[in-house]
Design a protein around this ligand. Structure first.
Ligand code: SF4
Length: 122
């Protein structure tokens, strides 16, 4: 069943979002922009190297994924728009190639590295 869902998820998400099956989908909090398309695989916003024209430091032919994500997130429903500012945990590379749908259902995508803490409410 897991393998079937993985195949279906990839078939649906690859053409639309360039999904590389990281196993921890955050599309809803990034304006439906896949952060894994960032050459540096950043999950929490742009690096310091965004070019003046909005181009990526690594690949000047592409617009910074995070500039696109911010613009798109502003057009999302309020709940998702507010999640844009959440601190997302680092990618767990052990989940690469697995279905984020399955990981969501099992809660596996919520496991974070020991010692990692999201921002505390002040
Ligand atoms: S965040 Fe991960 S699962 Fe979601 S579209 Fe991007 S690579 Fe695929």
């Amino acid at each position: 069943m897991g393998r079937l869902l993985t195949t279906i998820e990839h078939a649906v998400k690859k053409p639309v979002w360039g999904c590389s099956m990281c196993g921890q989908c955050v599309l809803h909090s990034t304006g439906l922009t896949c952060p894994m398309n960032c050459p540096k695989k950043l999950r929490n916003g742009p690096c310091g190297g965004v070019r003046e024209d909005g181009g990526c430091e690594v690949d000047p032919d592409m617009t910074c994924v995070w500039l696109k994500a911010q613009g798109r997130s502003e057009r999302m429903p309020r709940t998702w728009r507010e999640e844009f500012d959440d601190l997302r945990p680092p990618v767990d590379s052990r989940l690469q190639g697995t279905s984020s749908w399955v990981n969501l259902l099992t809660g596996r995508d919520k496991h974070v590295p020991a010692g990692w803490q999201p921002d505390e409410e002040e």
